[in-house]
Design a protein around this ligand. Structure first.
Ligand SMILES: Nc1nc2c(ncn2[C@@H]2O[C@H](COP(=O)(O)OP(=O)(O)OP(=O)(O)O)[C@@H](O)[C@H]2O)c(=O)[nH]1
Ligand SMILES: [Mg+2]
Length: 732
């Protein structure tokens, strides 16, 4: 295959709402560049980009596809991303490595929630955007309205650089405001006839051309000066201005297409080849150590893996962008993340299901290799000269949909774990973990559809039948006031005896609280394994002095402070670890519902030993039971995970979404510009993506992130306590 130098490379992502025509447009781009000889279509299930079994079955993109075409001697790398929000991870990883995005908009629908989400993602990665308004031949298409909506949503710096002459049925002509020519396409698309602008369109074209030039000038100070001085801009200035405007995100051009009939696509490719910045024209990227990379082919080699897939007959394929130097076959590189050596056996330019072998690739290019041993998505490969550089990782979104998952046959458990790990490697937004406290394997992702696709893969590719179950909520337990208890564990029948008595005070832990000194307790509790419960009522003041403390940061969040305040050696120091162990066992299986306990301060201040019978087991049991008793008297509370939720919703559906949220115990934190922010308990968020979708006909989206643990309302606490009692009875 031909070699392409950095200046001859363009990297674009196709992004936008679901079903706007990204894959169809990609197919046209490949056809125009001679990479396919026949244009496939979604309906005929024969596009190069949507080739995976699941994509053919569903007739939409599920994964991003790395493709390339050639136009005006430029290699245009295209990453066709899926539009459904469930697959947003693919969009984010693509935007991480491409220099420009082409946002496809369906002229029948104008700005959709998917358009807004894609805009936000491109904004986060600072990616320039070209808008391609598609479906222009459709009877319901509306160019003017679509442009108006685009400007209204994303600002005045969105400017048509073309317009359709006859949008709607029979659409076949566009006027290009850069070349100031008309392009008339044959019925089946392809090469247009280029003519002068007809008289009837001249005024409109001149007016829009002037508006375009004004917007271009506004995006760059030097151009603005020139524009004021000369009243216009030269062709060269326009060309430079377009590039500068794109890079600075000060100018967002709008173009016309009909991907179904391949009209306007050649002109989009012209635009990409002529005005889209090459990788070395984009701002430098910094490694984690602060080294700036300008995609310079004379630098030492450095490349970043942004995507990993498994392809039949090839095995694992790693897609990467070269940020410096060049890569050739048989090159040895060092993985900067784990210091292992990798040999580049082969280099490919992929085209979805097809691929071309390359001997060499230069800085800026996006290519793939196979059979890397220890390299995963997010890893950096370095020349041995700069072996430990790392590029910043991709910021994948937090999961927002969860389910419990189980293999239908227990014998598949191990296989399921391995398969889920592999799926996570291919799609980092699929996250799984076994939760010991819940006794469930929890599968998390971006939505119900996303997880159903994981299920499909497990069943169809890995041949592991699985079941989805309602996921349990990881509750926590804590206390809200201090209490005291003591427990005597004693066993003296035959053989070696057991004896240990522990007195403790427990209290809620809060950051910054003073060291324990004096406690005023209303009530003391005392119990032993031989005597029945005895409670002494009345005021009781206890002064303690601290001899030692353990601060334990709990694996499940929160803290446990364990203070040794024992006076006069009533318990040997050697038994304290056993007492702590007993307390930790209870913390791991909280006294209320068996959930993890957190944020507690324990002060062991007295006890009793037996010269012969005291041992670690006795003190562990005494500590554990005294802790349970004190816990139950300390106004214990069940805590639930609460999430920060942001719902992005069209104005007319706001009311529905708010009412629904109130029914989910949400606290509304704010509403602004089509977004609702709230705090919502996880327990109320089961299947939210599906509910939201039906409330808004799929026009809303949301994201959520764990915020804090908060006490559950008392009726829910009662319910949970009862459920736990019942489940314990069942276990007995
Ligand atoms: N009428 C018309 N239909 C189009 C046009 N472009 C694409 N389509 C149709 O729209 C549907 C969706 O097209 P895709 O190319 O799969 O859209 P996509 O944006 O890749 O979809 P996702 O990847 O699922 O988000 C298909 O049935 C296409 O044939 C167009 O210009 N006009
Ligand atoms: Mg697609």
């Amino acid at each position: 295959m031909k070699e392409y130098q950095t200046q001859d490379i363009r990297n674009i992502s196709l992004i936008g709402g679901a079903k706007t025509g990204k894959t169809t447009l990609a197919e046209c781009m490949l056809f125009e560049g001679g990479k396919v000889t026949r244009r496939g279509s979604i309906d005929d299930k024969n596009t190069v980009s949507d080739y995976r079994e699941i994509e053919l079955e569903r007739q939409n993109s599920v994964y991003s596809s790395v493709l390339y075409t050639e136009h005006n001697s430029k290699k245009i790398n295209i990453i066709d991303t899926p539009g459904f929000d469930d697959f947003v991870g693919e969009v984010i990883s693509s935007l991480h490595v491409t220099d420009t995005a082409v946002m496809v908009v369906n002229a029948q629908n104008g700005v959709e929630v998917g358009t807004e989400i894609a805009w936000r993602n491109a904004e986060k990665s600072d990616t320039p955007i070209i808008f391609a308004v598609n479906h222009l031949e459709h009877e319901n298409s509306n160019w003017d309205e679509t442009v108006a909506q685009l400007k209204q949503h994303f600002g005045g710096s969105l400017t048509p650089v073309q317009y359709p002459v006859n949008a709607g049925v029979g659409f076949d002509s566009i006027i290009d405001l850069i070349s100031m020519k008309m392009y008339k396409f044959p019925q089946d698309g392809g090469n247009p006839e280029i003519t002068d602008i007809p008289d009837g369109e001249k005024d409109k074209a001149e007016e829009l051309n002037a508006a375009m030039i004004e917007d271009l000038a506004a995006a760059d100070e030097a151009l603005m000066e020139k524009y004021f001085e000369e009243g216009s801009l030269s062709d060269e200035d326009i060309k430079n201005g377009l590039k500068l405007g794109l890079i600075s995100r000060g100018f967002f051009p709008i173009l016309c297409v009909n991907a179904k009939q391949n009209m306007g696509v050649g002109r989009v490719l012209d635009f990409i080849a002529n005005y889209v910045p090459s990788p070395d024209e984009m701002p430098a990227v910094k490694t984690l150590s602060g080294k700036e990379l300008k995609c310079d082919a004379s630098d030492p080699t450095i490349a970043f893996v942004f995507k990993t897939t498994i392809e039949s007959h090839l095995g694992e394929v790693s897609f990467f962008k070269i940020y410096g130097g060049e890569i050739s076959e048989s090159m040895d590189l060092i993985n900067g993340n784990n210091a292992t050596k990798e040999r580049i056996s082969q280099i490919f330019a992929f085209n979805g299901k097809n691929r071309d072998k390359m001997d060499k690739a230069f800085a800026g290019d996006i290519v793939a290799t196979i059979k890397l041993k220890n390299t995963r998505t997010d890893h950096t490969l370095n020349s041995p000269k700069t072996s430990d550089e790392k590029l910043p990782p991709i910021e994948f979104p937090d999961p927002k949909f969860r389910t419990a998952i189980k293999a239908q046959n227990q014998a598949d458990d191990e296989k399921l774990g391995t398969a889920l790990n592999e799926i996570h490697r291919m799609d980092p937004t699929v996250i799984t973990g076994y939760y010991k406290e819940l006794k469930q394997m929890i599968l998390q992702g971006q939505g119900e559809l996303h997880l159903n696709i994981v299920k499909w893969h497990l069943e169809n590719q890995y041949k592991i039948p699985v079941e989805f179950l309602t996921p349990k909520i990881p509750y926590r337990e804590t206390i809200t006031k201090s209490s005291q208890a003591n427990y005597l564990h004693k066993k003296q029948s035959g053989g070696a005896g057991q004896f240990g008595q522990v007195y403790m005070i427990i209290e809620p832990y809060e950051e910054g609280m003073p060291e324990p000194s004096k406690y005023k307790l209303k009530q003391t509790m005392s119990m032993s394994s031989v005597n029945p419960l005895s409670i002494q009522k009345g005021d009781n003041e206890i002064a303690v002095s601290v001899r030692g403390k353990d601060e334990i940061t709990l694996e499940w969040g929160g803290k446990l402070f364990f203070y040794n305040c024992i006076v006069g050696g009533s318990i040997d120091a050697r038994f304290l670890p056993a007492i702590l162990k007993g307390i930790m066992e209870r913390m791991e299986e909280g006294p209320l519902t068996g959930s993890y306990a957190r944020d507690i301060r324990v002060c062991v201040y007295d006890g009793k030993m037996h010269p012969v019978d005291s041992n670690e087991v006795s003190f562990k049991l005494a500590g554990k039971t005294a802790f349970s008793m004190a816990f139950k008297e300390a106004a214990p509370k069940i805590l639930e995970p609460v999430y920060d939720l942001e719902v992005i919703v069209p104005e007319d559906k706001m009311g529905n979404v708010m009412t629904d949220l109130q029914g989910r115990r949400a606290i509304i934190m704010g509403m602004e510009g089509g977004s609702i922010k709230a705090k919502v308990p996880l327990a109320e968020m089961g299947r939210y993506s599906t509910a939201l979708s039906s409330l808004t006909s799929g026009r809303a989206t949301y994201n959520m992130k764990f915020a804090e643990y908060a006490p559950v309302p008392s009726d829910i606490q009662e319910k949970l306590l009862k459920e736990y009692e019942e489940s314990k009875k069942e276990d007995d």
